[in-house]
Design a protein around this ligand. Structure first.
Ligand code: URA
Length: 435
């Protein structure tokens, strides 16, 4: 078999066989197929697409290219969740303890932030003492003890994806549904959970700006999961403004804890209820409305908060920090951003809000940048809200005034104003289950 012939075949729009896909992924992972041939293949896939069968095969080969976590010693149904990324998305910190409180086993591997905001691991590490670098045995022990653990993704998971993603990033071949879907799902398959709940975002702060594309991506990932024997479902959700009010690391954990205490923002609570209910309904094969009632119950009766506390304690985190917000360290500088004139916020360029939070120090500008856990932006007003001239619309936290000002200026430039409220955009746009 020759890679040249496979590129030609895909260029002509033909379907690659399972053996051909395995040859390509194995050869590329071992370094036998050079970057330039794989780039040509990725470009051909961008133009000609892949069938569901090809996409599922590609995902499986990438998942099998490195370590595969066997969660069977934990017994029962193991749940994982993935969000395609957004600004202010702290749902893992709320929805996963809820799932654990519903009786599901949550053994989750998460990433650090790749774009302008921190990832779940960065957020959790803002809790003093919280360890995310557990060995497999420690990881399993925490899950057995607390019913939930969230740890950093092991470096040897899906190495084929790591190589291909780096290549796609520099060859303008990221935006292909089969390539995105196989990339995300290869890591989910390798991480071993039997139930996978997906949150596919669309809007100005999302990877997928367009709703139809988001729906196609969600359907493709659900199909891949199900073809590989994982119970998979997906929500399509709006990312045309940040989720909740907090964007940063420590301040997002704070908002997540408030939500678990029953005091969080409505949009965050609603999405977490959907994610937990979706996983519970899929795992137990029960109607979504029944699962939703259970999700609300564990949030309202405090059992999800207890699961979160158990996880923090089992992973070495400081429970005093969790229970006493008044004792937490604050950023050195807090700058108030004021409304320039009377008006309604009609739109937030959410990607730009993400950049604003990065400028405060809450995200990474380059892979090597270190995150300031105390930095970030706390919105006071969001789309649809009225603000009078000079009224505070956000607080910007940073380690120095220059960073706070850079974040504040970027935030102001991301906001559009009008003299009438903008039409309300629903948060939950769709739910995709296996056909
Ligand atoms: N996230 C991934 O993990 N892979 C992609 O291709 C895009 C987003």
């Amino acid at each position: 078999m020759r890679m040249y012939d496979l590129i030609t075949k895909k260029k002509q729009g033909e379907e690659l066989s399972s053996q051909e896909i395995a040859f390509m992924v194995e050869g590329y992972t071992k370094g036998e197929i050079p970057d330039y041939q794989m780039s040509a293949m990725c470009m051909a896939i961008c133009f000609k697409g892949m069938s569901h069968r090809e996409t599922a095969d590609l995902t499986q080969c990438m998942a099998q290219s490195g370590a595969q976590v066997d969660l069977s010693p934990l017994g029962g149904l193991t749940v994982d969740k993935h969000s395609t990324g957004g600004v202010g998305d702290k749902t893992t910190l709320v929805a996963e303890p809820m799932a654990a409180a519903c009786g599901l086993t949550v053994a989750k591997m998460s990433g650090r932030g790749l774009g302008f905001t921190g990832g779940t691991i960065d957020k959790l590490e803002s809790i003093p003492g919280f360890r995310t670098d557990l060995s497999q045995q420690e990881f399993f022990n925490v899950v057995k003890q607390a019913g939930i653990a969230v740890v950093g993704q092991s470096a040897d998971l899906a190495p084929a994806d790591k190589k291909m993603y780096a290549l796609r990033d520099v060859t303008a071949t990221v935006d292909s549904i089969p390539l995105i879907a196989s990339s995300i799902m290869s890591k989910k398959l390798a991480a071993g959970a039997s139930v996978i709940e997906l949150d596919v975002k669309c809007g100005s702060g999302a990877f997928m700006q367009d709703r139809d594309q988001a729906e196609l991506l969600a359907k493709t990932m659900v199909e891949i999961g199900c073809r590989n024997g994982r119970d998979t479902s997906a929500w399509i959700t709006n990312m045309d403004q940040p989720l909740g009010y907090a964007i940063g690391n420590s301040i997002e954990v704070n908002e997540a804890i408030e939500t678990l205490q029953g005091n969080g923002p409505e949009d965050l609570k609603e999405l977490c209820v959907c994610l937990c209910a979706g996983a519970f309904s899929t795992a137990k094969n029960i109607p979504l409305d029944v699962a939703r009632e259970r999700a609300l119950q564990v949030l309202n009766d405090g059992s999800a908060l207890q699961k979160f506390r158990q996880m923090v304690a089992a992973q070495g985190g400081d429970l005093e920090w969790v229970d006493h917000p008044e004792k937490r360290e604050k950023a050195a500088v807090c700058l108030e951003v004021k409304a320039p004139a009377d008006g309604y916020i009609t739109h937030m360029d959410t990607a730009a809000v993400g950049v604003a939070s990065m400028l405060t120090g809450a995200g990474r500008e380059t892979k090597e940048s270190t995150i300031d856990p105390l930095a970030g932006i706390l919105l006071i007003k969001k789309t649809g809200d009225f603000a009078a001239a000079g009224e505070t619309i956000a607080k910007v936290y940073a380690s120095d005034t220059a960073k706070a000002q850079a974040g504040g200026n970027k935030l102001l430039s991301a906001i559009s104003w009008g003299d009438k409220p903008a039409p309300h955009i629903p948060l939950i746009l769709g739910h995709i289950t296996a056909e």
